[in-house]
Design a binder for this molecule. Sequence first.
Ligand code: AHR
Length: 518
Amino acid sequence: MKKPLFFLILLTMTLSFQGLIAQEKTTVVVKQAENAPVISKHIYGHFAEHLGRCIYGGFYVGEDSAIPNTAGVRNDVVEALRDLKIPNLRWPGGCFADTYHWKDGIGPREERPSILNIWWGNVREDNSFGTHEFLNMCELLETEPYLSANVGSGTPQEFADWIKYTNHPAGSSPMPELREENGRKDPWKVKFWGVGNEAWGCGGNMTPQYYSDVYRRFATFSTDWRNSDGLVRIASGASSHDYNWTEVLMKNIPKNLIEAIALHHYSVIDWGAKGPAKDFTEEHYFTTMKRALEMEELVRKHVAIMDKYDKDKKVALFVDEWGGWYDVEPGTNPGFLYQQNTMRDAMIAGTTLNTFNNHADRVKMANLAQAVNVLQAVILTEEEKMILTPTYHVMKMYNVHQEAKLIPTKLESPKYSYEGESLPALSLSASQDKQGKVHFSFVNIDAHKTHTIELDLSGLDIKKVTGKILRSDKLQDHNSFDNPDKVKPSAFKDFGLKSGRLLISVPPFSVVVLEGTK
Ligand code: AHR
């Protein structure tokens, strides 16, 4: 094996503000290591719950809709998500998952029973969008399905039957026969299976000890305890700082029964006073970013616990819910979690994805909550109209990191200060793709200052650099149905490359992705 190659990059940071120039010199070590992990494309995953207008109206309008669709799924949404290269989609929840009995959602639509969606607005769920509709939609999206199974109010039998129904060969047992009767001969071969969701809360209010026993029971019957199907079974993980949850699960669940453990973390100011999605103050912004940047510490600490019990990193960390959570848009149903998406959300996305990239040795999947019309959505719809949010643009700019090899970096960032508190202003991740192209993604969360960075690229064979930027005049800027392109990426040219040294200026609250080629 080749010796790891170490590159030392010296970064000179020039802070300019109101005409005053202050010089700060920061050393950034960029280690291009032979054993660096590949950034799993699944870090760029999404989540679609039966919540508000995510499924109904967002993804699915039904075959009879005047909105152009394929088997009831909106063509505009499919096109946008394919463009984004979404690698996976988690469904049907969320909290909804632990009330969902999948057999209600198969067979002729007119015969499917309705249920009450107790978590999200107490609306009637008619089950018209079920297993076939979701898995066929994933084929259309060219994305891998992630099914979140009902543990809270379901049974191991239901769980095992769902696996057989979706995955087992035609004619091999009653479940695949039922699938065939319902119009689908070939199995979909679903790899990712969530064993419950938020078991500490809406998934059953369980203790970690109790849940880990329940998990063992469900996982045993996933088809069989040897996991002969080769599934990725995901244990319902901790909420943010609940390290005890991860500790107890890692201790009590035998490694032959688990492939991944989840973690949920929302960037919420205060669960009792979340603040507005678009008309927020700098104080709101600063606090949101404080919560978002906690992801770094959360990943580090949960991973340290996992390392204790699983030195070989056999069990992956899946951050299968993350994103900003604010008050719903005025006049909308409080149970539907519909919120606008601004440059603040672009900052959350850029910094969080950098964290996941930088921890790619253990973080193998993440799912932004949620894809369409709910929380930090990449797409918003209003009847036949559709818009792409700033978060969409960040995820698209970053998709160059999917399946690329991480180039480890160590950045000592200048500070973004507000009312006596400070946060690191800059965040960075880097990778090299299979064609040899190097990508750097920078985020400057500072609400006021441009940060000028000098990179010594002499260790990398880079002759040409191109760039894209997402920026806007105000933090509150967003796309609307009247002005859908207010925030969109543009070419970035505010850099110079000379003798292997790259000088770039990253404007306040912007995301920059640079591509370096030979
Ligand atoms: O994403 C919205 C909700 O947040 C999910 O249903 C639940 O898992 C979490 O609490």
